[in-house]
Ligand binder design. Structure first.
Ligand code: FMN
Length: 187
């Protein structure tokens, strides 16, 4: 049985290495995981005043998260944290009060950067926020990717070592999502 995964890429730029890598990962992951990329670039800046009449992009965003069995957060590292775009999406997903779209979903966090730290600091912060909004993040191996040329070629993960690592990650995420399939909590 396939697991439908809502994928959020925290970088908005079109040549994002996080997006390039995740699109290649989507190919590797099929059919165990079916990735659905949920766009966040059109979400307004979170403002509680807007909760009375949720803007259309927010409604669309929340619907797409709620329709998924699991969530994958893909983060760049910006100034030793995850991106503001991702934090904004997290706020909208968690609100209004009592309508938390994240709650109870199995989740994974990965990230790629051009430097050796491989988004480790960003992921560590994101993991703590993910726990606070009710996502269940527990997928090993953890993926801190130092993105380099040749790892992804023609939309496929070409590096054999990385392919093997990501294949074991796909199995771990699919198993985690299956174990956790339960009615969503609400808070
Ligand atoms: C505003 C900004 C801040 C950055 N801060 C960090 C950082 O703290 N740590 C790091 O490893 N790379 C940092 N970088 C470099 C990013 O890892 C690199 O730009 C990467 O390609 C961003 O991901 P993306 O390609 O998916 O957009 C930063 C880049 C930008 C644009």
């Amino acid at each position: 049985m396939t697991t439908k995964v809502a994928v959020i890429v925290g970088s908005l730029r079109k040549d994002s290495v996080n997006r390039i890598f995740t699109e290649a990962l989507a190919r590797l992951a099929r059919p165990k995981l079916e990735f659905h990329f949920v766009e966040i670039g059109d979400l307004p800046l979170y403002n509680q005043d807007l909760e009375a009449d949720l803007p259309a992009p927010v409604q669309r965003f929340k619907r797409e998260i709620e329709a998924a069995d699991a969530v994958l957060l893909v983060t760049p590292e910006f100034n030793r944290s995850f991106s503001a775009a991702l934090k904004n999406a997290i706020e909208w997903g968690a609100r209004p009060w009592g309508k938390n779209s994240w709650a109870g979903k199995p989740a994974a966090i990965i990230g790629a950067s051009l430097g050796a730290v491989g988004t480790a600091v960003a992921q560590s912060q994101l993991r703590s926020v993910a726990g606070a909004i009710g996502l269940h993040v527990n997928v090993h191996p953890e993926i801190y990717l130092n993105f380099r040329e040749g790892q992804v070629v023609n939309g496929e993960i070409a590096d054999e070592g990385l392919r093997q690592l990501m294949t074991s990650w796909v199995d771990a995420f699919a198993n985690w999502a299956k174990r956790l399939r339960a009615p969503a909590l609400s808070f």
